[in-house]
Design a protein around this ligand. Sequence first.
Ligand code: BG6
Length: 465
Amino acid sequence: MKYQFPENFWWGSAASGPQTEGVFEGDGKAQNIWDFWYEEKPEKFFNGVGPDKTSQVYKKYLEDIQLMKETGHNSFRTSIQWSRLIPNTQTREINQKAVDFYNDMIDHLLANKIEPFMNLYHFDMPMELQNKGGWLNREVVDDYVFYAKTCFELFGDRVKKWFTHNEPIVPVEGGYLYGWHYPDEVNLKHGVQVAYHEALASAKAIEVYHSLNLGGEIGIVLNLTPSYPRDEKNEADVKAARLVDGLFNRSFLDPAVKGHFPEDIVEWVKENDLMPVTTPEDLQIIADNTIDLLGVNYYQPRRVKAKETPVEISEKGILPEDFYDIYDMPGKKMNPYRGWEIYEKGIYDTLINIKDNYENIRCYISENGMGVEGEERFVNEQGMIEDDYRIEFVKDHLKWVHQAIQEGSAVQGYHMWTCMDNWSWLNAYKNRYGFIAVDLDQDGQRTIKKSGYWFKELAEANGFD
Ligand code: BG6
């Protein structure tokens, strides 16, 4: 069977500034929470590798853009680093070196017919702002809006696709529940306030973007993790799965697309004494400023069952897990390296949910991918990693994307996570996701993997057999 995709389908990959650029003397970048956390607790990072030693994109972007061409990209998402562009959040002075870097990268992408998609916030709170509470502090919403406006004014003449956040639920989970992000607190009430401020910041940035009439589109990138009950006929399982979907998906999807928070979640938040500080004006801003375009990151499903294990509420307060258990489904297909389930149909279910329940808003797969540890063992005699597993993974997901398109989904493209192996927060370089290998021992030397060459054929044919 031939899987042919609509004309002008976006083929490419996604990355982020903090995971790729690196830190170089004299670049004028200030610390963000990752630079700070690494300085404080380097042992937390896999093999002790920190954000300074990323793939050196700050220096190598011209070479990288050629590699993107060789791997079939017609589009590419990265993010601007707030702490690079506005190192001093008091004076708000713009770092000209950052402007020159992003300008040159954008210009070269366009000259090579690769459309730049630009994200604003990818987990990288400037440390100065974190010191006053980060997303917990309402003032930071205004700092963010200033940053967003600055980006639109500087680069919006050429960048026509903007995203306010990447996976805004992750800083909530990572920073306020599960310890993967600084400030590494366990405090759900704080988490709810952070989520609220992120959603408000997004709406405010959208308002500014639209007021500037730059002729492009703005959206948000969400990691939508479809929640499946253990047993669809068991009411308690279904209820638990619905709550999980509300907490982790609809909490951002609904305000972004529909302009309001989901009622069942607002109720749950009230019942559990977790209400954030809000104002009626905020809610109007959220209602009036919804997205033009949705980015969907899809990696894995969540399998849920009703709570069976006893709940012991600690002095740190309640956690989402007090209301459900994760269902370890027998026989599920796993990516053993990352420990995530592979469930290809989840991408289809997500797209159909968007079609049926979210106005069939224009969307694209903004991340999908497979992290594998120890890929060196797949290197062939020519020095190329033969990552056939990744090719299979992409094909198996694309078949379901194709099916969703047949059924009317407005999905516009598919971006892999990621272009070249990059630094992934506490996991550092543990799991490799790229089309292009990066050798950290050889000054970040790049080598295209088999999947990269395959992706070029896919993009050129706009489909596969
Ligand atoms: C995505 C994030 O969710 O997952 C990326 O947007 C991240 O920033 C990627 O790098 C892979 O994560 P991990 O945890 O497997 O290294």
